[in-house]
Design a protein around this ligand. Sequence first.
Ligand SMILES: [Zn+2]
Length: 107
Amino acid sequence: MTSTATIPQRIINRYDGHEHGALLIALGGMHGNEPAGVKAIETVFEMLAQEPSKNSNFRFKGRFLGLRGNLSALHAHCRQIEKDLNRQFTTQNIHRLKKLTRNGVKI
Ligand SMILES: [Zn+2]
C-alpha cells in the first residue's frame, strides 16, 4: 500500500503584524519523528488569528514566520532521511553556505 499523502510544505504560515518590527522565525520538525514543534507553531497561528476578535487592544509588531524543518523525514515519520539536520549547524557548514550565497547561489 502506498501513501497518498503529499510531502508537507516548508512554510507553515506567516503572520504580518499591524506595525513594522522584528521578523521572528520558528522552525519545527527538524526531526521527522518529533512533530510537536510543528503542531505548536500551528497552534500559535490559530491563536494569532483569533486574538484580535477576543482582545481589542491586541497589537502585533513585526512578522512571525513558521517553517517546517526536515520535510522528507516529517512525511516518513522518521527521525532523519540522510543526516540529522539538527547536527548540521557546524562552523564548516555555515562558512560553506556563506560562500555559496556570496557567489549568488540561492539556498
Ligand atoms: Zn529533535
